[in-house]
Write a protein that binds this ligand. Structure first.
Ligand code: ZN
Length: 245
């Protein structure tokens, strides 16, 4: 089985289209949450993802707030500005659809589990060894895919030893999944990368070959930026797309 892994699209239609086009005919799409927030195309992104023929989806923290399931208290100024705009921009139908997105984690197949933040808590950011170890021990599958940080990362737990793998940088990063190890991987953000590389990031998982590839693809950043400015969203949300921060 071949899966396309996308996370943190954040209403960036140009980045989403580039990732879908570059991934080719990938049968099943795993969507790890934060479809909306920050970007200027929440409805178009939701509708594009709704139209995918086969997908497993979970919600992110921005989806929850945009849909009115949680208040904005935990959000910083920028995120708050954007999510309040998003909540008003979403059509009632798309808003209801976003509100119905299930929480993670979700077991996709015997090899893979997906979550937005962590398998033990959908809103936790995994940055350090402690949370990575906890996630690896909590996950019900040997491969746990997460998002939320917008930074590609890969951890391996093998014979009780945690290893942070070489940071997945560059246009292609390939990970061979060994049978005696457990893995925790963030394939990066489609719509708002924060690792200094502005290109959209996504993953391709081949469960038969036990291989996970993280790929970067350029997209029309200027078009996404122009829409953010035209929508009256904070300008810094447009600027950060150009630098991947
Ligand atoms: Zn996010």
């Amino acid at each position: 089985m071949r899966y396309l892994v996308i996370s943190d699209v954040h209403a960036n239609l140009e980045a989403l289209e580039a990732a879908l086009a570059a991934s080719g005919d990938c049968g099943h799409v795993l969507v790890l949450g934060d479809l909306v927030g920050y970007g200027a195309d929440p409805n178009a992104v939701v509708e594009r993802i709704r139209a995918l023929p086969a997908a497993t989806l979970i919600r992110g923290n921005h989806d929850k707030v945009a849909a009115g399931l949680e208040d904005v208290d935990g959000f910083n100024y920028l995120a708050r500005q954007a999510i309040e705009w998003t909540a008003l921009a979403l059509t009632p139908e798309n808003r209801a659809w976003v509100a119905a997105l299930p929480p993670g984690p979700a077991l996709v197949d015997p090899l893979v589990e997906i979550c937005h933040g962590a398998p033990f808590d959908e809103d936790t950011y995994i940055f350090d060894d402690l949370d990575a170890t906890r996630a690896l021990r909590t996950s019900r599958a040997p491969l746990c895919l997460f998002g939320h940080t917008h930074v590609p990362a890969a951890f391996r737990l093998s014979h009780n030893e945690l290893q942070m793998l070489e940071p997945p940088r560059g246009p292609r990063f390939r990970l061979a999944l060994e049978a005696d190890s457990r893995y925790l991987v963030n394939c990066g953000a489609v719509g708002q990368p924060r690792d200094g590389d502005p290109q959209a990031a996504f993953g391709i998982l081949d469960t038969d070959a036990r291989a996970l590839t993280i790929t970067r693809v350029p997209y029309d950043v200027a078009a996404a930026q122009a829409k953010i400015i035209a929508a009256g969203l904070p300008e810094v949300l447009a600027q950060r797309l150009a630098v991947g921060r």
